[in-house]
Structure formats: C-alpha cells, structure tokens
Design a protein around this ligand. Structure first.
Ligand SMILES: [Zn+2]
Length: 99
C-alpha cells in the first residue's frame, strides 16, 4: 500500500490522504459516500441509479479492516462500505466530482 496516513477533517468534510513520498490528496466525505462499494450500493449502481450523496454527509468514524483498508461510518447511518487502500488511492486520483 502506498497510503501512509489518512486524517479526517470533519469540519471541512474531507479526508486527507498522505501517499508514500509525502503527496497529499483530499477526498470529500460526500464523494466517499457516493463511491461506496458495499453490496447495496453496488446493486443500486448496477440498476442505473447513481448514488447521490448530500454534501452535508459526514464521515463519523474510520475502522481499520486488517491491513486491507478501512470501514467508513457515515452520518446517514451507512456503515457497510469497506474501502481498500488501493481504492482510496484510486478515488483520490480521480477528478473531483462536480458540485
Ligand atoms: Zn454502501
């Protein structure tokens, strides 16, 4: 994994990612929520319903999942998403979603 650290900035609604080498990237909580890959969210996406996450959504807690990634707990009570490190890195490399 090339993610060295993550830190949650709840007030700004962003998750900061520090990559190996020190590069810093920022993901919004709303973008993370919209990118959830749990079975429910994946089914919605496959059904053609893009996930819309309110910008007021906040990431409340982050739990490690072994060495694999993290489980994210959101303020809309959605907590089923597991985010592998590589997925977080990929998300952070994507262009920012439109407001
Ligand atoms: Zn989900």
């Amino acid at each position: 994994m090339s993610i060295q650290a993550i830190s949650n900035h709840a007030a700004q609604g962003t998750l900061e990612i520090v990559l190996a080498g020190g590069a810093r990237r920022t993901l919004t909580h709303a973008a993370l929520r919209a990118s959830c890959r749990c079975a429910d969210c994946t089914a919605l996406r496959r059904a053609g319903t893009p996930l819309q996450a309110d910008h007021a959504i906040r990431l409340l807690a982050i739990e490690p999942v072994g060495a694999y990634g993290v489980q994210l707990f959101f303020s809309d009570r959605h907590d089923r998403g597991i985010y592998p490190w590589i997925y977080l890195e990929q998300l952070s490399a994507a262009p920012a979603p439109l407001p």
